[in-house]
Ligand binder design. Structure first.
Ligand code: TMP
Length: 208
């Protein structure tokens, strides 16, 4: 059995991840591939509980180290229980956010040490890395207004504008360093043009 492929979708707030995740799922299924769609933080019962802890606002402030470790605790469960078993069975895994989000939000947004993130990445993931990462990129104003229209803001969405500027920049920096793995999608364009770019990126993956 050929191991499946691991595709991740990334981007800041309100860039259209949910709509495009469904589109990617359809594209893969049209090609008769078995697809497991999942998300981070989350994807298992325990990891979804950790997600709640991370997204809810608490009277007690979560320290940056606690936040980082919670993200990787959820990821450790998700990888062992869902991602690796699926890939080993030849399924394709489509994940809404993965470790690039940690480099962007904790590394960029919170200015945490990338070496610490890298150490956790190696420890928790071994050599598991996405085969393809689609980065939905849009100027901040586009995404922020969409996120605000969705109603009550979670703990991350309540951050200040400069936090999200750093998140966006961190994503773009990472994407610029590995153009094989990342495809930057201009998410400020009309939906049909966004999806055209996504389709092209997937066509570039040999097995699709
Ligand atoms: P979302 O998946 O609905 O966008 O919400 C997840 C939030 O969690 C989002 O604001 C980004 C944040 N996050 C991190 O800060 N670090 C991570 O490693 C991941 C996966 C998500």
């Amino acid at each position: 059995m050929n191991p499946g492929r691991f595709i991740t979708l990334e981007g800041g707030e309100g860039v259209g991840k949910s709509t495009n995740l469904q589109y990617i799922q359809q594209l893969l299924q049209q090609r008769q591939l078995e697809v497991v769609v999942t998300r981070e933080p989350g994807g298992t019962e325990l990891a979804e509980k950790i997600r709640q802890l991370l997204l809810e606002k608490h009277a007690e402030t979560i320290t940056e180290n606690a936040e980082l470790l919670l993200v990787f605790a959820a990821r450790a469960q998700h990888i062992q229980r869902v991602i690796l078993p699926a890939l080993q069975q030849g399924r394709w895994v489509l994940c809404d956010r993965f470790t690039d989000a940690t480099y962007a939000y904790q590394g960029g947004g919170r200015n945490m040490d990338e070496n610490v993130i890298g150490w956790l990445e190696n420890t928790v993931q071994g050599d598991l890395r996405p085969d393809l990462t689609l980065l939905l990129d849009a100027p901040l104003d586009v995404g922020m207004s969409r996120a605000q229209q969705r109603g009550k803001l979670d703990r991350f969405e309540s951050e200040q504008r400069d936090f999200f500027e750093r998140v966006r920049q961190a994503y773009l920096n990472r994407a610029g360093q590995d153009q094989q793995r990342y495809k930057i999608i201009d998410a400020s364009l009309p939906l049909n043009q966004v999806q055209q770019q996504i389709k092209q990126a997937l066509d570039g993956l040999s097995v699709v």
